[in-house]
Ligand binder design. Structure first.
Ligand code: ZN
Ligand code: ZN
Ligand code: FE
Length: 760
């Protein structure tokens, strides 16, 4: 007889781990107990050594699907020989080092019950079990037990109690167990929050079928829903929400309906059905009947499947696809509270589907796409957060404040980095307030006492301002190196790297707006080796919304004749003559090496767009025009200037102009994308001669362009490079907090405050 004590860490709480151990212990006739503790799961088992060994072996082999075991530490202790059975005992509180679990989409067994008229949970929207249901969004404190969630107030009825206690039941020790008798309750209201008598299911469908807008309280916050087949409904939603032309995501009733509208690969299907249930960007079928207003001019749909019973209530035979957009005023944080919903969303909706379970952590839907077998992150939030990113070293406890747009922040603990939920754009004041409050709460939940605040070099980013006012020691990390660092940390890349960081803008160490950068180096020693030649950004930020300004900026020097005609044709000549004066005098015209702006400019020339409603709109449109059956590239020149390389975007744009009217839009787009891919490969080729490394990291928002990433990747691989992109961590500014944490930590460890100083 022996007694073993084990501590299992990783994502092991709220996934049915204790019931699993309970059943396993019974199978081997073992006595003892198991409980959640702050580190994970703690257990003592007593029995014959051979049985103990087999038991532990099976723990790692047969663990529940959603669990992720990081470590199992076991030691032998003195047997007690007093216990009659194996028990699940109450959790221990104390020093918090465990990880809270992300929300898990509804499992197939719970889904089947939802549709089963004879089941007592028929159409019950809060149906969940040990392996599915909300986790993070309802957690108040660790470890994960019902008492420390927003389910605490719902006392179990007798039948739920019996299921909870029965080790043969799917809901044995399910913390989110509930039923229509004892659990949270859904109801329908009018736009003012007056409760209506209709059944939630029937009432909600009534609104949707007449083209109405329904406010729906889900798991991570409110959504606004309309019938995705109705152009009128979608147009109305766009107008009432004050939403620009950005595409809407679509929630499909089931996989079959989804496949009627979108092309789905095996890898994409796996992601759609994963417990994370992210929004997956898919290619839309030509005969899809979805409203064109959803994604004007694009061939891609952000598609996802229901992850909670609440969403299942919104579908029937007639309603099969819904636009589901975050319930907020554009740019503001997600609404999670019923009272706030009535005030903020009331004016936009024809009714609400509400419920009484409190949402503790607002959580937007995550967005990903599959490319070359990788899951490319666009937004990492519900279903992924707060699972930590594990690094190969212990970090200084720190707060990485993130960027300004698409902000996420990060906290470190031991060898883990906890990335926050998507915070949004900190330009918006209520988003900035919410960011500050979320940092405080997340710190408490994770149990991190940061010593440093790592921030971007941009002095006006609210995240930088927050860091400087936090009372913590601060350290600045350059924006594009943070992009690069997030990939190195995420993919655990060792050795020298060529880093390609292409985005819209980021503050450079020379005070200019960077965004078309090539770096070489490793760890915290970097050199900026190549970049796009600087051009003025006429009117600063305004050039993002009015990309014609960049067209003028590039062509002023390289193709003045064409520019003159083009401006007249588009009625912009007067505007430019005023702006040109300002640029000449250096008024509000910072210089930029941004690749994002070059894409904007090329798209603008070809598409005759004068204004865009969101950053990258022109570039996204341009990408979707391309026809790859057309070959050919534009000429580009790379020259050496004092040991670093420069590429001039002006002449590339000039050639685009010359093709206007000669070639189709599809051909020009293909040619332009091939050119940028060729340029990347050529520069990397030259940098390889110097550094002897063939590891290339591609990062920054510009690489969200599927076509560019594909072309660059293929062309680099053909030249023998090994290409790295982040896995799930966003390529865009949503990923930089991870890079800040990784690089900031190295800088602190080594006492370096300028990563560009090593080479000098
Ligand atoms: Zn379930
Ligand atoms: Zn019940
Ligand atoms: Fe960026």
């Amino acid at each position: 007889m022996e007694r073993w004590r084990s501590i299992i860490t990783g994502l092991v709480q709220g996934v049915g781990f204790r019931p699993f151990l309970y059943n396993l212990a019974r199978k081997y006739g073992l006595k003892g107990w198991v409980r959640n503790n702050s580190a994970g799961v703690e257990l003592e088992v007593e029995g014959e050594p051979e049985n103990l060994r087999q038991f532990l072996n099976e723990v790692s082999l047969q663990a529940p699907a959603a669990a992720r075991i990081e470590t199992i530490d076991t030691l032998a202790i003195t047997p007690r020989q007093t216990e009659a059975e194996f028990k699940i005992i109450p959790s221990e509180c104390g020093e918090i080092s465990g990880s809270p679990l992300p929300d898990q989409g509804i499992c197939s067994s719970c889904l089947a019950e939802f549709y089963d008229q004879t089941d007592r949970r028929y159409r019950y929207p809060f149906n969940s079990c040990t392996i599915c249901g909300p986790r993070f969004t309802i957690i108040e404190d660790l470890p994960f037990d019902r008492d420390r969630t927003t389910m605490a107030g719902y006392r179990l009825c007798q039948r739920c109690q019996a299921e909870y206690r029965d080790f043969r039941d799917r809901r044995f020790h399910a913390q989110t167990i509930a039923c229509p008798q004892c659990g949270p309750e859904p109801w329908l209201t009018d736009p003012k929050g007056e409760r209506l008598r209709d059944l939630p299911h029937r009432g909600a469908l009534g609104i949707l079928k007449t083209g109405g807008i329904l406010g729906v309280k889900g798991i991570g916050g409110y959504h606004l829903a309309v019938d995705a087949l109705s152009n009128t409904a979608v147009r109305r939603l766009r107008k009432l929400k004050g939403r620009d032309r950005r595409p809407f995501a679509v929630l499909f009733r089931d996989l079959d309906v989804l496949k009627e509208h979108c092309w789905v690969s095996a890898a994409e299907e796996r992601l759609l059905l994963d417990p994370v249930r992210p929004i997956v960007l898919l290619k839309q079928k030509a005969d899809s009947t979805l409203a064109g207003e959803l994604n004007p001019g694009l061939r891609e749909i952000g598609a996802f499947l229901p992850y909670t019973g609440i969403q299942l209530l919104l579908f029937d035979e007639a309603i099969t696809a819904l636009v589901m957009t975050s319930g907020n005023r554009s740019g503001e944080p997600l609404t999670i509270d019923n009272v706030a919903a009535i005030e903020i969303l009331g004016p936009m909706v024809d009714g609400f589907l509400m419920h009484d379970r409190k949402i503790n952590w607002g959580c937007d839907d995550s967005v990903v796409k599959v490319q070359k077998g990788h899951t490319i992150g666009i937004r990492r939030s519900r279903g992924y957060v707060p699972a930590p990113v594990k690094l190969d070293r212990v970090l200084v406890p720190l707060l990485a404040c993130g960027g300004q747009q698409k902000n996420t922040f990060a906290l470190t603990k031991g060898d883990r980095v906890y990335l926050s939920t998507h915070q949004g754009d900190l330009d918006n004041y209520s988003t900035y307030l919410n960011y500050q409050e979320t940092i405080d709460r997340f710190r408490r939940l994770i149990g991190c006492q940061p010593q440093y605040a790592v921030h971007d070099l941009h002095p006006d980013y609210n995240s930088t301002i927050y860091a400087r006012g936090s009372g913590l020691k601060t350290i600045g990390v350059q924006h594009h190196l943070a992009h690069l660092g997030s990939v190195i940390a995420n993919r655990q890349i060792k050795g020298t790297i060529i880093g390609v960081a292409f985005d819209g803008s980021g503050y450079g160490t020379d005070g200019k707006v960077w965004g078309g950068e090539f770096f070489t180096g490793a760890e915290c020693c970097w050199e900026r080796k190549a970049w796009l030649r600087y051009y003025p950004l006429p009117g600063g930020e305004a050039a993002i919304r009015e990309p014609w300004r960049m067209v003028a900026s590039y062509l002023e020097a390289t193709a003045p004749d064409f520019l003159g005609d083009w401006l007249v044709q588009n009625g912009l000549d007067h505007k430019w003559s005023v702006l040109r004066m300002a640029v000449k005098q250096g008024i509000n015209a910072p210089e930029t090496s941004s690749m994002g702006r070059l894409f904007d400019a090329a798209a603008t020339v070809v598409g005759n767009l004068k204004e865009v409603s969101y950053e990258g709109e022109a570039a996204v449109w341009f990408e979707h025009q391309a026809d790859l059956s057309y070959c050919g590239v534009y000429q580009f020149e790379i020259w050496n200037q004092g040991g670093t390389l420069r590429i001039d975007p002006g002449p590339i744009l000039k050639q685009v102009c010359q093709d206007q009217g000669r070639l189709s839009t599809a051909a020009i787009s293909a040619k332009f994308h091939r050119t940028i891919a060729a340029l990347i490969t050529e520069v990397c080729f030259r940098l390889r001669l110097e550094t002897q490394t063939d590891q290339v990291v591609l990062c920054g928002g510009v690489f969200q362009n599927r076509l560019l990433l594909d072309l660059a990747w293929e062309s680099l691989e053909q030249k023998g490079f090994k290409v790295f992109v982040p896995e799930v961590i966003p390529l865009n500014d949503g990923g930089i907090a991870l890079g800040q944490a990784w690089l900031g930590n190295l800088m602190i460890e080594r006492g370096i405050d300028d990563v560009f100083s090593c080479a000098r």
